[in-house]
Design a protein around this ligand. Sequence first.
Ligand code: GLN
Length: 194
Amino acid sequence: MRIGVLALQGAFIEHEKSLRSLGCETVQVRKREQLENIDGLIIPGGESTTIGKLMNDFDIADPIKALAEQGMPVFGTCAGLIVLARDIVNSTQPRLGLMNITARRNAFGRQVDSFETDLQIEGLGPEPFRAVFIRAPYIEEVGDGVEVLATVDGKIVFAREKNFMAAAFHPELTDDTRVHRLFINFCKTFHNLR
Ligand code: GLN
């Protein structure tokens, strides 16, 4: 498997480390040519307004959208979730808007800027996943076809729709690679369909 990691800003190196530890080849994506021959794309955490703006400046938003519409799997984490959302509460910032979800930025409030919690994730088995949240969004609303994979206090923090996955937390910041493995398996499924 060759997985691209959008490398305009944010925690892309950590994602590459997790993917490589699972035997994947990784590609840092900054130009449209680097989207060729990848089996999936991760949009990392960072600052969603910056990532959205740089995607337009680097002329890479439209090629990503075109490939995503042809079935390329895309996984957005934290800021990446926001970039994938069709609607963002109180924001007109640039986005890919590929998923039928409404994201709320910095949604857990100032008092709990960053926190860790044990998540039960659909499809990962009974063992909880220790999830790191940093100024995290959550998914306020999901549309048709969106499957909820995990919640924190009733707030949706992990979801999937067609060839897209979005997590409000940072799976690349812990040693547990099960979420990355889930995405790789997801990429394999879509690879076989193409
Ligand atoms: N708060 C950031 C945003 O709105 C996301 C934070 C993160 O990716 N850790 O873009």
